[in-house]
Design a protein around this ligand. Structure first.
Ligand code: ITT
Length: 168
C-alpha cells in the first residue's frame, strides 16, 4: 500500500494510472505551505510535506505528495506542478511537470491572495476545474489535463525511486 497526501480526484487518478496493482490510501493532509504556493520552492516543499504527512498517518513505507502552484518568471506568471515520493530511510525524491504561462489577468487576483482554483473556475465558467481538467486543461483547450501532468510526475517519481541502489 502507498499513501497519497490528497483526496483530489485528478491527483488520485494520476497515481492510479501508474500504480495499477497497488492499493492507494488517499488522505487529506496538510501541505504546511500557503494555500496558493507562489514559487517552485514553496510548491516542492508542499509536495514533500504532503508525502511525509500521508506516509506517517497511513504508517506505510511510501508516501506521495502532489502540489500545484504558480511561479514568477521574466516571462510572467507560470503554472507549475510538483510531486514528491518519500520512502523510509531515503531522501525525498522530487519531480516537476510541464509549465505554461497564465493569462495576464490572473496576476492581480493571485497577488491579492485569491487561489488559482477560484480564478480558473470564473475564467472557464465552470465549477471545480482543479478536480477535473485543471488550469492546464482549460488553457490548452483540452490537449492536456491535470491528471496527465501528474501522471508524468508520478512516473518520474517511481522511475527515480527504482533506480536507487539503496537508501542511507
Ligand atoms: O485537494 P488538493 O490536493 O489540496 O488540491 P488543490 O488543487 O486544491 O490544491 P493544490 O495544492 O494542488 O494547488 C494549490 C492551489 O492552486 C490551485 N491550482 C493549482 N494547479 C491548478 C490547476 O491546474 N487547476 C486549477 N487550480 C489549480 C488549486 O486550486 C489551489 O488553489
Amino acid at each position: 500500500m502507498i499513501a497519497l497526501g490528497t483526496t483530489n480526484p485528478a491527483k488520485i487518478r494520476a497515481v492510479q494510472a501508474v500504480f495499477t496493482t497497488t492499493e492507494i490510501k488517499a488522505l487529506s493532509v496538510s501541505s504546511e505551505v500557503s494555500a496558493q504556493p507562489f514559487s517552485d520552492e514553496e510548491t516542492v516543499e508542499g509536495a514533500i510535506n504532503r508525502a511525509r504527512n500521508a506516509k506517517v498517518e497511513a504508517n506505510v513505507a511510501i508516501g506521495i505528495g502532489l502540489e500545484g502552484g504558480v511561479v514568477e518568471t521574466d516571462r510572467g506568471l507560470l503554472l507549475c506542478n510538483w510531486g514528491a515520493l518519500l520512502a523510509s530511510d531515503c531522501e525525498p525524491i522530487v519531480a516537476g511537470g510541464l509549465r505554461i504561462p497564465l493569462p495576464e489577468e490572473f496576476v492581480a487576483p493571485l497577488k491579492s491572495g485569491r487561489e488559482l482554483g477560484e480564478i480558473i473556475d470564473e475564467y472557464a465558467k465552470k465549477e471545480n476545474v482543479r478536480q477535473n481538467e485543471g488550469a492546464i486543461g482549460i488553457l490548452t483547450g483540452g490537449y492536456i489535463s491535470r491528471e496527465q501532468v501528474f501522471t508524468d510526475i508520478v512516473k518520474a517519481l517511481i522511475g527515480q525511486y527504482k533506480q536507487l541502489k539503496s537508501c542511507r
